[in-house]
Design a protein around this ligand. Structure first.
Ligand code: THG
Length: 389
């Protein structure tokens, strides 16, 4: 069943919105109270250009929550289990955030923009409210606000060529999640080596919402020799790459250990942070479920799921799949989901009911690997050894 969503002034439009419409935008979701482009009507072409060429996409929905003031770093440390020692201007880090019970409430990219200014580039939940409340109740000397900043992603094996043509070869020297201020014919922005795909690429953080159309046009022109085209955070590639989608993959009890985010949680650090006690307990008793990859039997899946799919073992629910798709590169049906450890250890078959009918499933560890895979393992934000770009 398809219904029309009624969208009013509460759902905001990105500075790139008109450019996206001109590029043929055909569907959108809602994320952080904004329209989020999800397709230009040709998913095969969108996937192909991301994996083999270069795609540009509007991710203004990754809103920034700015924390500015003398206590900015102190507050940032309190907001995430990740250890922020050594953080410096021009550096980004992937920083899961938890509630006091250890469950995850967002997984932003943190950017240190100034000595006294941090941005959290957030996934889909109202982090500005959370941060303001915590800052206020702890009496922290900071301002918390949403700056006029909107990221535009350029992703794919040819992304580096496009961004180099636009800005110069220094962009190649950025470390993963590293960024620098730049401008393009007077359009103020940050150039960052990041993006929600494992194909490599950059994000341009536009710092003037009035210049969205101009920026889109400039990237489009620079990308012409490389056959750039529009894209979106890609449903299939993100499953292949095992990238977490907060809210899609998580429920309100999901903790970072279930998601395999152990390397972003430092329980030994001296700093206090929200959820430390709960996470220590969870670590001690061990997790009961795990975010995993899955292979799914049968014909190529042709539809994507709107709802979570129950995973059954001996007619009992033992988990859920949050996203599934046919993977062209693996020539297999694959999925991401959460499953009880006991079910993985048992020999019982796993069964799911897809929108295309019942299927059997098996678990596989993440990230997915396949033969003739071009190794595109991204450097991580742990690869910083000093503060130079
Ligand atoms: N870019 C920006 N902001 C964002 C996202 C983004 N905010 C919301 C959402 N995406 C945050 N989620 C993620 C999830 C994974 C990664 C980045 C943002 C990612 N992970 C790498 C990995 O899993 O291999 C490396 C993580 C690391 O080692 O630090 O890139 O895309 N601006």
């Amino acid at each position: 069943m398809t219904i029309q969503l009624s969208l009013g002034t509460r759902v905001r439009k990105s500075p790139f919105f008109n450019a996206c419409l001109e590029a043929g935008l055909s569907s959108a979701s809602v994320y952080n109270h904004m329209y989020m482009p999800t397709s230009y009507g040709d998913p095969v072409a969108e996937y192909e250009r991301l994996v083999n060429g270069v795609a540009m996409w509007d991710v203004s929905v990754e809103r920034q929550v700015a924390i500015k003031g003398p206590d900015a770093i102190k507050l940032a440390r309190y907001l995430t289990p990740r250890n922020l020692d050594g953080l410096c201007i021009g550096q980004g880090k992937y920083v899961p955030m938890c509630k006091h019970d250890g469950s995850i409430i967002n997984d932003p990219v943190l950017l240190q923009v100034e000595n006294d200014e941090i941005w959290l580039s957030i996934a889909d939940s109202d982090i500005q409210l959370w941060v303001s409340a915590i800052a206020g109740s702890l009496g922290m000397n900071v301002e918390v606000f949403e700056p006029d900043v909107s990221p535009l992603a350029i992703q794919g094996p040819m992304a580096s060529a496009v961004v180099t043509d636009l800005f110069g070869s220094w962009v190649k020297d950025l470390k993963y999640f590293g960024f620098r201020e730049a401008s393009l014919d007077g359009i103020p922005l940050l150039v960052s080596k990041s993006g929600w795909s494992k194909q490599g690429g950059y994000e341009l953080y536009l710092r003037d919402g009035n210049r969205g159309y101009d920026l889109w046009e400039k990237v489009l022109q620079a990308g012409k020799p490389y056959n750039i085209g529009p894209g979106t955070p890609n449903y299939v590639e993100r499953i292949e790459s095992g990238l977490v989608s907060y809210g899609a993959d998580t429920d309100d009890k999901t903790n970072p250990f279930e998601l395999g985010m152990d390397r972003f949680v430092d329980l030994a650090q001296v700093h206090e942070f929200v959820g430390k006690g709960a996470l220590l307990n969870i670590k001690k008793s061990g997790v009961k479920r795990r975010f995993m990859g899955f292979f799914i039997s049968g014909e190529n899946l042709t539809r994507t799921n709107e709802d979570r799919i129950k995973v059954l073992q001996n007619d009992e629910v033992v988990g859920y799949l949050s996203a599934y798709a046919y993977s062209p590169r693996m020539n297999k049906n694959i999925a991401l989901g959460m499953i009880q450890l006991a079910a993985i250890e048992s020999s019982g078959h796993l069964k799911i009911m897809t929108d295309d009918g019942p299927r059997t499933a098996e678990t596989v560890s993440l990230p997915f690997t396949w033969s003739n895979q071009v190794s595109k393992k991204k450097a991580t934000s742990d690869s910083w050894t000093n503060c130079s770009y």
